[in-house]
Write a protein that binds this ligand. Structure first.
Ligand code: GLN
Length: 277
C-alpha cells in the first residue's frame, strides 16, 4: 500500500512537470490576454511586497509567536524568497482548507503551509520542488493500547472517533480516501480548524486518536506533557512544497532556487530551531 502511494505521488509529480511544460508553450503563443508567465515576478516587484498564505497552527512550520507574528520554517524560507526578490514579506493567516481557493482567487502570491503535494491540489495550483518529507502519524492518549503496523492500525481505527485538521491529508486518510492509501472504514471524523483544537478533544476523551503530520504530532505531544503520545507507525509518505497559481513559471523558478538552497541541512536546522520555540 505504502509503495503504491509513493508511486502515485511520483506520478502526480510527473504530471506537474508535464503541466508546467504545457503552460510554458501557451505563454509563448498568441495568448496576449494572459497576465501570467513572466509578469508574475514583475507584478510582485511593482507592489514591493509578496504575500504568503498559511495557517499559523502547524508548528514547527508555522505558528503564532507571543507578539502575534507568524513564525516557523515556512516563514523563514518565505523571507528568503522575499529577500531574493527585494520585496517585503506579508503573511496572511487563514483556515488551512481555504488556502488553495484563496491562492486561486489571487489573495496571495504563494502558499507555504506544510502543504503536501497531491493529485487533487495539482489540478488547481502548481507546486515548487519539495522541501520536506513527512508522514501521517497517529496521536493517542498516553494510556491508549492502540498500536500495530499500518494495516493493523487502519483496522483498529475503523469505526473510531478520529480528530483531524479539516481539509488536510490526515482528514482524507481518516475518511478512508483511497488516494492516500488508507484502508480505514467508517470512522467518525471530527474536523477541527486547527491541530491544537484536535489535541484538546483527544485529551478530553471526545476523540480516540488524531491523524496528523509527523512534526506537528511531535509538537502536540510536547505541548501536552505526559498526556499524549505519538505512535511509531507511519501511515503515508508525503512531500511538502510551496504552491503558486498556475502559469507563473518565473515565480516558481525563484521559489525553486530558494528551496534548492534550503532543502536538507538548512531545513533540518530550521525545524530544530522552531521545535524549541
Ligand atoms: N500536510 C498536510 C496537508 O497538506 C497538512 C498541512 C497543514 O495542516 N498545514 O494536507
Amino acid at each position: 500500500m505504502k509503495k503504491k502511494f509513493a508511486l502515485a505521488l511520483a506520478a502526480f509529480m510527473m504530471m506537474g512537470t508535464l503541466a508546467a511544460c504545457g503552460s510554458t508553450n501557451t505563454n509563448q503563443g498568441s495568448d496576449a490576454g494572459n497576465t501570467s508567465g513572466s509578469s508574475a515576478v514583475d507584478a510582485i516587484k511593482e507592489k514591493g511586497e509578496i504575500v504568503m498564505l498559511t495557517n499559523a497552527a502547524f508548528p514547527p512550520f508555522e505558528y503564532l509567536a507571543d507578539d502575534g507574528s507568524v513564525q516557523g520554517v515556512d516563514a523563514d524560507i518565505a523571507q528568503a524568497v522575499a529577500d531574493k526578490l527585494g520585496v517585503k514579506l506579508k503573511i496572511v493567516d487563514m483556515d488551512f482548507d481555504s488556502i488553495v481557493n484563496s491562492l486561486k482567487a489571487g489573495k496571495g502570491d504563494f502558499a507555504a503551509a506544510g502543504m503536501t503535494v497531491t493529485e487533487e491540489r495539482l489540478k488547481q495550483v502548481d507546486f515548487s520542488d519539495e522541501y520536506v518529507t513527512s508522514s501521517q502519524m497517529v496521536v493517542v492518549r498516553e494510556d491508549s493500547d492502540l498500536e500495530g503496523d499500518k494495516a493493523a492500525l487502519d483496522a483498529a481505527l475503523s469505526g473510531k472517533n478520529i480528530a483531524v485538521q479539516a481539509g488536510t491529508t490526515g482528514d482524507w486518510y481518516a475518511g478512508g480516501d483511497e488516494t492516500t492509501g488508507s484502508t480505514i472504514k467508517d470512522a467518525n471524523v471530527l474536523q477541527y480548524k486547527s491541530a491544537t483544537e484536535a489535541a484538546l478533544h483527544l485529551a478530553s476523551g471526545k476523540a480516540d486518536a488524531i491523524i496528523i503530520d509527523q512534526k506537528p504530532a511531535e509538537a502536540i505531544v510536547a505541548a501536552n506533557e505526559g498526556k499524549l503520545k505519538v505512535l511509531d507507525t507511519k501511515l503515508t509518505d508525503e512531500q511538502y512544497a510551496f504552491a503558486v497559481q498556475k502559469n507563473q513559471e518565473d515565480l516558481l523558478a525563484i521559489i525553486n532556487e530558494v528551496v534548492a538552497e534550503y532543502k536538507g541541512d538548512k531545513v533540518d536546522e530550521l525545524i530544530t530551531k522552531h521545535m524549541g520555540a
